[in-house]
Write a protein that binds this ligand. Structure first.
Ligand code: SF4
Length: 503
């Protein structure tokens, strides 16, 4: 049964660009042409390090790709629990002076792109709540799907919410739990919420980490070896954070597992069992960094296999394979090797484009995309080009890129997508448009090909994608945005209504 529970999420990019627009309108335009789905959030936690906040800072720095809107760090020294957060990039917020205000051997951190709750600083994380169970700070990656009725019930029971973020619901549930110990209260509360959550929590003297029973979002445990005392324990959304911290990967936090770290070491319990794992396959397609190992598999390896499989499924005579950078690069290398074709960086991405840009006096066609990408004419001229990207959302950006490659002299442009058509929105922490705005939900592949003006268009099959992400442990994946089959009962019916007009 599908029930409507929550309304669509207000676009954070709209809110921030509005702030800019108020200041210097109308010459600033949002670089809204970003073709990609938005990353969700990244979390880090450190236990047992003399400079824990700075270690969390480094971890967040490595996870910046998972959210650039706000960041925060909370630290604890056994007595106090300090919390500092701000809008912007990790390096913009946390200067030396700011980090000096976060003492202690424990810290948690968060980098955010909002998915539930608005984008105000109020909703930046970690959220610190002074509850009946003491001070608790929480940082959360994911999205709860049954928050509406829980929040109403908690408010009836006297809960006072400081934010509109769903993460605070978990803390309020803990505060209202009737279990005897704090760890029992946390386990009890996590069992009451549904949806996607990889969380790290901190009290004055303990760190907790947990994943939802389906394991939607990644969360790994690492260790920094200390020769003169207990090892430092690290949690991070992606293992690329461990590399910067020189931490070794131990294992993933399991779906439905609650881990507690105290000065006596690490203990763990399964607060939920028997729920099939549905980890987000789109982490492998796009979100996670290729140098991370998530859900038991290197992301680089998965993307390479997606490219190879794509070449086997939809090869076409061509002269060169060109990625749409950056996320299309690894799949393109796999495709080129499998197809025996040269791989060329025929599009160059400008990494320094911010959220807004001063518009030129005269409107330039496809300006937003041209800001971000520029063709390398001598690599494309007269060539039959296979262009590899990882998604087509609304189709308008793909059309601009196809036009750009053709405009640079390509004889033919064959677009290949390293996953199946995106036909349904995500309710688990990824900011997708509603179904009515997803081109693949409303047009056939041939109609999309015509719309984007490519000579041919093919997507990777669902079987091909699953094969490319296969693990020895037989990881179960969520593929709802490609199938419309949601692993949870609660979804927003408004978001999955079909289009009433042709997009
Ligand atoms: S719907 Fe798509 S993006 Fe969302 S969790 Fe499932 S696979 Fe990931």
């Amino acid at each position: 049964m599908i029930r409507r529970l929550f309304q669509g999420v207000a676009g954070v990019a709209d809110a921030t660009s509005q702030l800019h627009a108020d200041a210097v309108a109308p010459s600033l335009i949002p670089v809204a042409a970003d073709p990609k789905l938005r990353e969700e959030c990244g979390v880090v936690a450190i236990h047992g390090h003399p400079d824990a906040a700075r270690q969390v800072y480094l971890g967040l720095y490595a996870l910046q790709h998972r959210g650039q809107e706000s960041a925060g760090i909370a630290s604890a020294d056994g007595q106090r629990l300090a919390n500092i957060k701000g809008m912007g990039l990790v390096s913009e917020i946390f200067t030396d002076d700011v980090l000096a205000k976060l003492p202690g051997t424990m810290a948690i951190g968060h980098t955010r792109y909002s998915t539930t709750g608005d984008s105000a600083l109020l909703n930046a994380q970690p959220i610190r709540v002074d509850s009946t169970k003491g001070l608790i700070a929480i940082a959360h990656n994911g999205n709860l799907v049954n928050l509406g009725n829980i929040r109403a019930r908690l408010e009836r029971d006297g809960a006072y919410f400081q934010t509109t973020s769903d993460s605070e619901i978990i803390v309020q549930l803990i505060a209202h739990s009737k279990q005897g110990t704090l760890v029992d209260c946390i386990a009890d509360s996590l069992g009451r919420v549904d949806g996607a959550f990889s969380i790290v929590m901190m009290t004055r003297d303990r760190i907790f980490a947990a994943r939802d029973p389906r394991g939607f979002r990644p969360l790994s445990i690492g260790r920094i070896k200390n020769h003169e005392g207990p090892d430092t324990i690290v949690f991070a959304s992606e293992t690329c954070a461990f590399d910067l911290l020189r931490a070794e990967y131990i294992r993933d936090v399991l779906p439905g597992e609650l881990v507690m770290v105290t000065e006596d070491g690490l203990t763990s319990r399964q607060y939920s069992t028997g729920v099939p794992q549905t980890s987000c396959i789109f982490e492998h397609v796009y979100f996670a960094r290729p140098d991370s190992r998530i859900f038991g598999r290197w992301v680089q390896e998965s993307r390479d296999q997606m490219g190879r499989q794509l070449a086997r499924e939809s090869g076409v005579p061509a002269d060169v394979v060109v990625p749409v950078p950056d996320s299309g690069v690894t799949a393109s290398i796999g495709y080129a090797e499998e197809a025996g074709l040269p791989f060329r960086m025929g599009l160059i991405r400008n990494h320094y484009v911010g959220r807004t840009f001063i518009e030129p006096e005269q409107r330039v066609r496809d300006f937003g995309v041209r800001l971000k990408l520029n063709p390398v004419h001598n690599l494309l001229e007269g060539k039959r080009v296979i262009l590899i990207d990882d998604s087509i959302i609304r189709g308008t950006t793909s059309r601009k890129i196809v036009r750009m490659v053709r405009g640079a002299g390509a004889k033919e442009v064959h677009l290949r997508i390293s996953c199946p058509p995106t036909i349904s929105p995500c309710f688990y922490g990824v900011d997708t448009p509603s179904k009515r705005d997803l081109i693949a939900a409303n047009k056939s592949v041939e109609e999309i090909r015509q719309f984007i003006e490519a000579d041919s268009l093919s997507y990777l099959s669902l079987d091909g994608l699953l094969k490319a992400c296969e693990t020895k442990e037989k990881t179960g994946y969520c593929t709802a945005c490609y199938t419309g089959n949601y692993p949870t009962q609660w979804v927003d019916v408004d978001e999955i209504l079909p289009a009433t007009v042709t997009i």
